[in-house]
Design a protein around this ligand. Structure first.
Ligand code: ZN
Length: 287
């Protein structure tokens, strides 16, 4: 099981225009609203739609049913996450049409649909970052929950360091890189409990890390201007400072600037990389 906990939710409510295409319209919306995790509900009507089903045995999607006629969207449900570095909308739909006084209802995994009208609500979970990766048990691309290194296909792959490598060096670097004792982090963690990713059985257990006191932990894990963070999705990003609300201003390898909240990320002990102090961060920690 993979479970994340969200305490920070934005809700969008709106409608799509006639002629807009699904799932693209929701992926564009996710990109525009900077959403990497969300849930979609909608109703309305399609001018046409393609639905299909996953063949669990053959591990392929069966050929889509092309419904080239107007139909009602009785329900459309789906979610938003990241796949290969881009927003990805996974949608299922139940649709109906009336033929000779009888109502036909079909449903399935939505391949594509042209909207006639569509009213939607989207919940965006700002403190969750969902990433799809190949799942060996199903052949599907599912939300990954492993704490181990992401494969080289993710955005951070090019400059990546495995989690095992990070753990290897974290004991030594943590104390060397610790800021002066007078340094007081601006935000302190609340009581711990819950919110962490569930443990995943690993064939290569991580090496033992040096245990740190709570105080030492708080002092250490605070990237500052000039440091770098190693974000699984964004890559190795330069820290440019903090914004007024305490968000961390970062610059991605692509040059794009973003503000991320550290409150909902776990900041691991830093490692040195060519004179740079790099803090690996990962999602899912509740403070
Ligand atoms: Zn599906």
């Amino acid at each position: 099981m993979v479970v994340y906990e969200s305490e920070r939710v934005r809700r969008l409510i709106g409608r799509l225009d006639r002629g807009q295409e699904l799932p693209t319209a929701f992926e564009d919306l996710a990109r525009e609203r900077d959403a990497s995790a969300g849930w979609i509900r909608a109703l309305g009507a399609f001018e046409r739609v393609e639905l299909c089903e996953y063949d669990q045995k053959a591990r392929v999607y069966r050929p889509a049913r092309k419904l080239d006629w107007p139909c009602e969207i009785l329900s459309l449900e789906g979610n938003l996450s990241m796949k290969e570095g881009e927003p990805f909308a996974h949608l299922h739909a139940t649709v109906s049409r009336e033929v000779d006084g009888k109502v036909e209802v079909v449903g399935g995994h939505l391949v594509s649909g042209t909207v006639f009208a569509c009213e939607f609500a989207v919940e965006i979970y700002d403190d969750v970052h969902l990433v799809r990766e190949e799942d060996a048990a199903t052949g599907l691309s599912l939300w990954e929950g492993s704490e181990r290194a992401a494969p080289a296909t993710t955005a951070s792959g090019a400059e990546g360091v495995t989690w095992a490598q990070v753990a290897d060096v974290s004991g030594g670097v943590a104390s060397a890189a610790a800021p002066p004792a007078a340094h007081v982090p601006r935000r302190r963690r609340g009581p711990k409990g819950g919110g962490k990713l569930p443990p995943v059985p690993s064939p290569d257990p991580l090496p033992q890390r040096r245990r740190m006191s709570e105080e030492e932990f708080l002092e250490t894990r605070h990237p500052e201007r000039g440091d770098f963070i190693d974000h699984r999705q964004f890559g190795v990003c330069r820290v440019e400072g903090e914004d007024a609300e305490g968000g961390l201003r970062i610059r991605l390898p692509s040059g794009v600037r973003k503000v991320i909240r550290l409150d909902f990320l776990e900041v691991l002990a830093p490692y040195e990389d060519g004179g740079r102090r790099v803090y690996p961060v990962r999602p899912g920690r509740k403070r």
